[in-house]
Structure formats: C-alpha cells, structure tokens
Design a protein around this ligand. Structure first.
Ligand code: GDP
Ligand code: MG
Length: 653
C-alpha cells in the first residue's frame, strides 16, 4: 500500500479540502489550537532549528512503481520517530485515485531528525511520484537533493523507470545509493539484481544494500548510509537569501504554499520576499517544516527545506522552478529546471450546460492543487461551453478525471486527447523571404486548411522499454506499428533486454502502455522523455453522423494510417453508439474523401418485453426507470445520443 503519502496528506493539510474533509478539518482545528496556545502570547517564541549545514542531508527515493518507495519512507519515518510504529493513521486518508491505481500522484516531503553517533542530523526526504507523466516532478525534486536512494525490487529487478531515474540522478552528479528491496519474498533473487545494476550502471556489488522495507530488515543501514555517503548541501549561509520553489499547493486558510529549498542565507517570518519570475513581493506569514505535520518555525536556514505561506492567492504565483530573494536584494536566478509542460490536451464539457458552473468550480479546485494542468476556455457547437485542459500525460489526465468524479461528483465529457502539433504555413509575408509562419495547435478544430500548409511537425519521445526476451518480437512489432524507430538494444541479463525507440508522442498517448502490458503479460515496463519535434505528414479525420460533421469526434492522424484508423473508428462507433429510432449513417472522411462507412440500424429496445403480460407493476416500473437513467447518461449530439465515453473510446482498440 502506498501509505506514506497518506500520512503526509493527513498532516500537511495540503489536500484537506479534497476528501475525508471532516477528519482533516478536525485535525486542522486541533493543530491551530495548539499552535495558538503555544505561541499566541509572543510570536517571537517560535522555534528555530539552526542545524549546522554539515548535519543536513537532502535526499530522494527513486524507484519504479510498486518497488516499495512508500513503504520504505514509512519505515524511515517510524525509525526516526516522526510517526508512531503501526499508527493506523495511514489508512485513514489517501486519494482514492492513488489507492485504485497504486501510484503516488503528488510529491510530498518530510524533514526527519536522526541521531547518529551522538550527533543530531536533519534528513530531508524529498518524495517524487514514480510515473512517467510526472517526470517533471522528479526533476524539480532532484534539484533540492545531493543524493538519491535507487530502490529496486528484488523480484522484478531493474525496470524502465529505474533506468530513466538513474540517468536523471546521474546527470545531476548526485550520489546514488543502490538499495534492493523485498529480500523477504520467497522468489527474491537479489544477486541477479546486483548483476543487473553492475551491467547497466557500473554499480559495484558490495555497495548495494539489501533490505526488506516491509519487515524492517536493514532499514537502519539505509539511514546510516545516507549520513555517511551523501554530502551536506553546498550552501552559504552568509550570502543574501536565495531559494528555489520546487513544489506548491493550495491551502484554504493560508493561500498558496511554496515548498522551497534554501541555497543561500536565511528567511524569517515578517520579512519581505520577491519572486524573480513575477517580480511580485510578499510578506512572509508562516514558515513551516514538514515533520510530517506542519511545524511553524521562525527562520529557515540555507540547506533546509520548508514551506512558506505569504498570501499568494493561487499556485500560479508560486511558480515551480522560480527563485525567491529578499525584497530589494536581487540575486541571480538559480539555474532551475523547466516548468512542467503540458503534453496532452483534451476538451472537457459538462453533460449539459446546467452543470457548467458546478463543473467549473470542481475543475478550478483541482487545478489549484495541480499547477501542471493548463486551462483555457473552449466552445463547441454540439457540447457547448467547456474548457481545453493540458496535462503532463495520459495518466495525469485520467487521474484528473477520476478525481473530478470521485471527489467532486462531476461526470464531464472528455474529448479525445491530442498532442501539440506544429505547422509552417503560408503567412501574410512572402514565403520565399520568410519561410512562412509557424503555428502550434492541439485542437483538431484548429487544424489549418491543407492548402496553406508547407510542412507539419509532431512531438517525439525517446521511449525506454525493458522486457524479458520472450516478448521481444511482439514489442518490436508494436513499436514499428506505432511508427517507432529503433535506437538501441542492450542485454541486461541472460533473459532480459532494454530497448530504446524514438516514437511519435501521439502514438504513445492513447493505448500504447496498455497494449505493451497485455502483450507482455505485464512484464515489460515503459518510460519516455521528450525528444523534440520532427517533420511529419498529417491529416484530419472527420466523423459524419447522418451527413452532419461531429467536430468533437475529429482527430488528427498520420497520413499513412488514415485509412486503417478510419475503418477502426467506423466499427468502433457502430459498437458504441446505441441504436436510435432511425438509421444512422456513420462516415469517416478526410476532406471530401470517405474512408469508411457504416450503417447503424434503427432499433427500439423493449426493456419490459421479458415480463409476462400484466407482470409485476413494480418490476416493470423499475426496468423503465433503469432505462431512463441510462438515457440520462447519453449526450445528444445532433439528435443522436452518444454515451459520454465515446469521445475517447472511439480511438482505443
Ligand atoms: P511504491 O509504488 O514504490 O510507493 O511502492 P509501495 O511502497 O506502495 O509498495 C508496493 C507494494 O510492495 C505494497 O504492496 C507493499 O506492501 C509491498 N512491499 C514494499 N516493500 C516490501 C518488502 O520489503 N517486502 C515485501 N514482501 N513487500 C513489500
Ligand atoms: Mg508510492
């Protein structure tokens, strides 16, 4: 179970308005009360932890999903006394999505106190979510670290994300502590994993720790190794204050909260700070350490990690990657990292316009806590007023929708996801002189008229796949079918390979991951990173129902695949669209050319037919009521009812 996240959520109150509203509120009240009682007489009595720099260690745990990162974090918290052993608190609060999918959605951070050989150390454990979509969060978390624990499952061995994460940490010159987890498992083969680490990363066998996070075996060694092998942060407390924002979230009472890593000087409550990015200044209201509950402190010193509340109204002001300094004491921005970049876009619409306001409220609440989501207003002839949201990846999008449904009871219509394409078009200027104008578009309705386009470009990714040999054939065919170009193949084991492919992002976002998993019975793993734009050939597929263009079902595809995809969409639509009272002609076209055509026969479902004449009235009523509720879930598009999942499902296999 992903229990560490739970505790953080429970105490740090960052997600408190999301679920388990009441419990959290209670917690918050009691926290305020204690703080109030303790400090209200004199604010200056706030504590300070001026841990010497040489006693600070900032580190992160990186691992493939399910390799035990949360479990290990839990144990570290227990050993250092940050939480009670077996405190059932974990199970109380957790995003339902995280429970369902076994992933960490938001990164969390905690400061631990650890006594080692008579000295007190401050260990800042900076958490990262494990999934590819959230790679940007891994990036920014690593910027505050000097070392990482590379955690690998003794059973599964090195996986795609292990490789991707290793290179992220390696590229930043971080100290890497290899740890093999789950040695208690019956089939665990830690020696094999040690060999994989040697082959892939040149890691020395005797530097690898073997632990069981679940049973607590050798976890104390992990703490000792952190203190001994990871260097203290290279900071200067004498220089003026300079800090990096590497996460932010929204607190209903305090506004946006920035999680910062102080690289120089110190920051105290009531000082004024300025954002390099926005130029705005704020008075510092609260400074908190996460231990893991928020603990108010007066000052944060260089080398430390903590939260700052300063009445920023939205998380968009607490720009991740931004540098903060004291007002009127400008500094060079810390060379940070790129802000999260939305890669996948989709339209979101209410089922009917009466739900518009409620849906907007729900989306805005979620976006407050997830600054990686971009949001613009969009209108559609059939679906009305909605939004176009940008996500880091498909999983990010699915998680967002699931949270909309579970936490806000909103059931919006999502259009098919799309990536951001680029085109060079004949502009107002003379093409010969200027080479045309460049435009970007992610919405099929913005697809430029083909006659004006000189050339198209699409975003590419570098994908890493790790697979047992037996699935190699299937996986290579899948990658080729997805227009992938093989880069390299390397053996990491007697029966395991790592493959690298350059793939178009739009081929990866729909169902690549699912297909890969089913092709390999779940054994292959996949990760990807941005690989720039590449020239391509695109067309826009249109869907016509009874001759009427349904813009919301349009999609942009590679020209070579248009016919295949059109045929597939045709059969899929025939499958998804419920029969209507009248015949529905389904046509998939490119421009004026029809690539696929299907006829949906009229039909009227007689739900009470099975009941004998004069059957039970209640039963009859119930059946009709069920049918009615089913109908409510359908969306009328040009007088044809479509289930709300149509827009995405039509593109899946
Ligand atoms: P994460 O996705 O990396 O955060 O992984 P989790 O900490 O959520 O762990 C995934 C699963 O592995 C959970 O079911 C844990 O109970 C289990 N697990 C974690 N560590 C160990 C271990 O040392 N031994 C065994 N047997 N299971 C473990
Ligand atoms: Mg986890």
């Amino acid at each position: 179970m992903n229990s560490k996240t739970t505790i953080f959520n429970l105490f740090s109150s960052r997600l408190k308005n999301v679920i388990f509203n009441n419990q959290i509120k209670k917690n918050q009240k009691c926290c305020n009360y204690i703080i109030g009682k303790f400090y209200s007489s004199d604010k200056d009595e706030l504590k300070e932890y001026k841990t010497p720099v040489e006693n600070i260690r900032n580190f992160s745990i990186i691992a493939h999903v399910d390799h035990g990162k949360s479990t290990l974090a839990d144990r570290l918290l227990e050993i250092t006394g940050a939480i009670r052993r077996n405190s059932g608190a974990q199970v109380l609060d957790k995003l339902q999505v995280e429970k369902d999918r076994g992933i960490t959605v938001k990164a969390q951070t905690v400061s631990l106190k650890y006594n080692y050989k008579g000295t007190e150390y401050l260990l800042n454990l900076i958490d990262t979510p494990g999934h590819v979509d959230f790679a940007t969060e891994v990036h920014r978390s690593l910027a505050a670290c000097q070392g990482v624990i590379l955690l690998v499952d003794a059973n599964d061995g090195v996986q795609a994300q292990t490789v991707a994460n290793f290179y992220l940490a390696f590229g930043r010159d971080l100290v890497i502590l290899p740890v093999i987890n789950k040695i208690d498992l019956k089939n665990a083969n830690p020696d094999r994993v040690v060999k994989q680490l040697e082959t892939l990363f040149d890691i020395e066998a005797d530097s690898v720790l073997k632990i069981s996070a679940k049973m607590g075996i050798n976890v104390d060694k992990v703490l000792e190794t952190i203190v001994e092998k990871i260097p203290p942060p290279p900071v200067d407390r004498k220089k003026p204050f300079r800090a990096l924002i590497f996460d932010s979230w929204f607190d209903r009472y305090k506004g946006a909260i920035a999680l910062i890593y102080v690289s120089e000087g110190s920051l105290s409550v009531k000082q004024y700070l300025t954002s390099v990015h926005t130029g705005k200044s704020y008075e510092v209201k609260n400074i908190m350490l996460l231990r893991p509950e928020e603990e108010n402190v007066k000052t944060l010193f260089a080398g430390q990690v903590g939260c700052v509340a300063c009445n920023m109204r939205t998380t968009k002001e607490a720009f991740i990657g931004d540098t903060l300094h004291l007002k009127n004491q400008p500094v060079e921005p810390l060379v940070g990292f790129n802000p999260p970049k939305a890669m996948v876009f989709a339209g979101v619409y209410p089922m009917d316009q009466s739900q518009h306001v409620a849906l907007r409220g729900a989306i805005e609440k979620l976006v407050l806590n997830d600054s990686a989501v971009s949001m613009t207003i969009e209108t559609s002839p059939a679906l009305g007023l909605g939004w176009r949201l940008g996500f880091l990846g498909l999983l990010h999008m699915e998680v967002f929708c699931q949270r909309l449904e579970q936490e806000h009871e909103a059931a919006p219509i999502m259009t098919a996801p799309s990536v951001t394409y680029k085109a060079r078009i004949t502009g107002k200027q003379n093409i010969k002189d200027y080479g045309g104008d460049e435009i970007y578009f992610n919405n099929p309705s913005k697809f430029p008229p083909p006659q004006s386009v000189i050339e198209f470009f699409e975003p590419m990714v570098l994908g890493t796949i790790i697979t047992p040999d037996e699935y190699l054939g299937g996986i290579v065919s899948l990658c080729l079918e997805k227009r992938g170009v093989e880069q390299s193949t390397k053996r990491i084991d007697k029966d395991r390979l790592v493959l690298q492919f350059i793939l178009p992002l739009n081929e990866v976002i729909i169902d690549f991951h699912d297909t890969l998993k089913s092709l390999s019975s779940g054994y292959a793993s996949f990760d990807y990173e941005d690989n720039g734009y590449q020239k391509t050939d695109l067309v826009k597929l249109n869907v016509l129902l009874n001759g009427r263009l349904i813009e919301e079902l349009s999609t942009i595809v590679h020209a070579s695949k248009a016919t295949d995809i059109a045929k597939r969409m045709g059969t899929k639509l025939l499958d998804i669209i419920p029969r209507q009272q009248f015949l529905v002609a389904i046509q998939i076209t490119v421009g004026a050319k029809v690539l696929a055509r299907e006829n949906l026969k009229p039909f009227r479902k007689d739900v009470t037919g099975k009941l004998k004449s004069g059957g039970d009235v209640l039963r009859r009523r119930k059946l009709l009521q069920q049918q009615n509720e089913g109908k409510k879930k359908l969306r009328m598009v040009g007088d044809i009812s479509l289930p709300r999942e149509t827009f995405i499902d039509v593109l899946k296999r």
